[in-house]
Design a binder for this molecule. Structure first.
Ligand SMILES: [Zn+2]
Length: 316
């Protein structure tokens, strides 16, 4: 995320020149000093387009509290070994996302600062390798106290921890958010899962091929997903069986594993790992793991073939 994007500046500058020129031309025809009217759209555009950069610039003058930094160190292994510049960018993205995103509590829960931090950390993680990308904050994030069902009620039969539709809010269970970051290396993270779907929804509906994916890679990704979904379906994959539901769920589950179990994903599904590494433009393995010291990690046979969870997440 950036304070201001070059493409946004160029767009609004072009618009200001066109509208300002048009207003000035019309102005001089009705009033000798009417050319000054050309400044009107320029001022309005400056005000409208400048609000987000101004807000973000002010946020760059702030920083996370020591407690928040400690929470990140304890719950997001990825940030512990980041170079100072990358760490600074991660924390800045947390500040941007948290300030711009609307959170609402549902039922008997409340949106705590830690909940906001936990969700914003997921966004910052997904964006850390792509400084020019944004995650839309136009959707409200609804925080439920626990699991919910098809009708968005809790209870004994509630089985959803998170949900996001092509249109509408992102829904997350407070309990699942906490559990996701309490064990950030088990390949299950509802925040990463639901936010990953947002990359898919950029082109209106989820098909498992994020719109930001390099078009030249899209066909190869589709073929890879079909082959890997077959493995997940029969329990021969590191990814839990839910990944075989459809390509969109495969992408979301693969993202969870890419960030939480990168060494294992690289070892067991190198093509999936490489595709996600190219997509997110980062390698979430620790430096020593990248060098190949991962021999000390469990072998594929020691790792459960899949880790089905009773409280699956869903999107459609
Ligand atoms: Zn999903």
């Amino acid at each position: 995320m950036q304070v201001v994007r070059r493409s946004t500046v160029l767009f609004h500058l072009s618009l200001a020149v066109i509208l300002g020129g048009a207003f000035a031309v019309i102005g001089v025809q009705v009033w000798p000093q009417g050319a000054w009217l050309g400044l009107l759209p320029v001022v309005i555009l400056l005000f409208v387009a400048g609000r987000t950069p101004w807000r973000r610039w002010r946020l760059t003058q702030q920083s996370l509290t020591p407690q928040e930094r400690e929470w990140l160190d304890d719950h997001v292994p990825f940030v512990r070994h980041l170079a100072p510049e990358r760490r600074e960018r991660f924390e800045r993205d947390v500040l941007f996302f948290r300030a711009e995103q609307r959170f609402e509590a549902v039922g008997e829960t409340e949106v705590t600062d830690e909940t906001k931090l936990a969700v914003a950390a997921g966004a910052a993680l997904l964006l850390n390798g792509r400084t020019d990308w944004e995650l839309s904050t136009r959707r409200t994030i609804l925080i439920y106290p626990g699991s919910f069902d098809d009708d968005y009620y809790g209870g004994d039969y509630a089985s959803f921890d998170g949900m996001v539709h092509a249109q509408g809010p992102v829904i997350l269970s407070h309990e699942a958010i906490r559990e996701s970051w309490d064990d950030p290396e088990n390949g299950s993270n509802v925040v990463l899962h639901e936010l990953a779907h947002l990359f898919d929804f950029d082109d209106a509906y989820a098909e498992g091929v994020p719109s930001l994916m390099d078009p030249s890679s899209a066909e190869a990704w589709k073929r890879l997903v079909q082959a890997e979904m077959r493995k997940a379906r029969i329990g021969k994959s590191l990814l839990r069986r839910y990944a075989a539901t459809n390509p969109a769920e495969f992408f979301a589950v693969a993202v969870e594993n890419f960030f939480e179990r990168p060494v294992l994903l690289h070892r067991r599904h190198p093509a999936v790992f490489d595709a996600l590494k190219a997509f997110f433009n980062l390698d979430p393995r620790l430096p020593e793991e990248e060098r190949g010291d991962a021999e000390s990690m469990p072998s594929p046979d020691e790792e459960p073939a899949s880790a089905p969870t009773p409280d699956e997440v869903e999107s459609n």
